[in-house]
Design a protein around this ligand. Structure first.
Ligand SMILES: C[S@@+](CC[C@H](N)C(=O)[O-])C[C@H]1O[C@@H](n2cnc3c(N)ncnc32)[C@H](O)[C@@H]1O
Length: 212
């Protein structure tokens, strides 16, 4: 995919606008977790689906960020914010299923709220492992399926189809922790957490750190 799937005239723009508008609120929710996951960031990193740049503030000034972002509507704000944060942006209009980065060439890949939307978690995680050097890290924070048998899980199932249409492929019902554990990393640390009820169908989340 070269970004064409994100060219819907209304949704692509709406999602870019929405993500940018929620930036401050997201930072308040995730600052602690992202601060933990994104410590000791190496000078060159790959981010999958950076959107409007919610994670730029956690990177040291001067970091070279290889940003794999298929939705072109996100690009102008991402470019502007990268410049504001002193990040050297290397923007690729690509999906994470096929990353144009050489094998074993980077020490860290990260993503937030992206594995819910990719077409194939297996392919994306395979690509993450391919581009990481041995010992390299993959860090992510993702919303996931609520525990089986709960009202939250039933609500996710009910909402799944319209949600997926509106949010360009976002699947409320994924067991991303299992996908990470099955992806062939040498170590995987998955920590579940629950956000306030106001976050509705995306309140069940995980933070994860995987080592190749
Ligand atoms: C919910 S937004 C999250 C944006 C940002 N990471 C954040 O935390 O605010 C999901 C992002 O993933 C991107 N995305 C969707 N499918 C993708 C794929 N296959 N590969 C890479 N990025 C993808 C979308 O374009 C969007 O920018």
């Amino acid at each position: 995919m070269d970004g064409g799937d994100f060219d819907h005239p209304v949704r692509g723009r709406l999602n870019a606008w929405g993500i940018a508008a929620l930036d401050g609120a997201m930072h308040r929710l995730y600052a602690g977790i992202k601060g933990r996951l994104l410590r000791d960031v190496p000078p060159v990193v790959v981010e999958l689906g950076p959107g409007a740049g919610a994670n730029l503030r956690y990177l040291p000034k001067g970091t070279r960020l290889i940003a794999v972002e298929p939705n072109r509507h996100m690009h102008p704000i991402l470019r502007r914010r990268a410049a504001q944060h002193g990040i050297e942006l290397d923007l690729r209009t690509l999906a994470g299923e096929a990353i144009d980065v050489p094998s074993e060439s980077v020490d860290m890949v990260f993503a937030s709220l992206v594995l819910c939307s990719v077409a194939s978690q297996e392919q994306v995680l395979g690509e993450v492992r391919r581009v990481l050097r041995p010992g390299g890290r993959f860090a992510c924070v993702e919303h996931v399926a609520a525990p089986p048998g709960t009202a939250a899980r039933r609500a996710q199932r009910l909402l799944a189809r319209p949600w997926k249409w509106m949010f360009e492929g976002c699947d409320l019902c994924r067991d991303t922790g299992a996908a990470l554990r099955g992806a062939g990393f040498s170590a995987v640390d998955v920590r579940p957490f629950v956000l306030p009820a106001s976050l509705g169908p995306i309140r069940h989340q995980i933070e994860a750190l995987c080592v190749k």
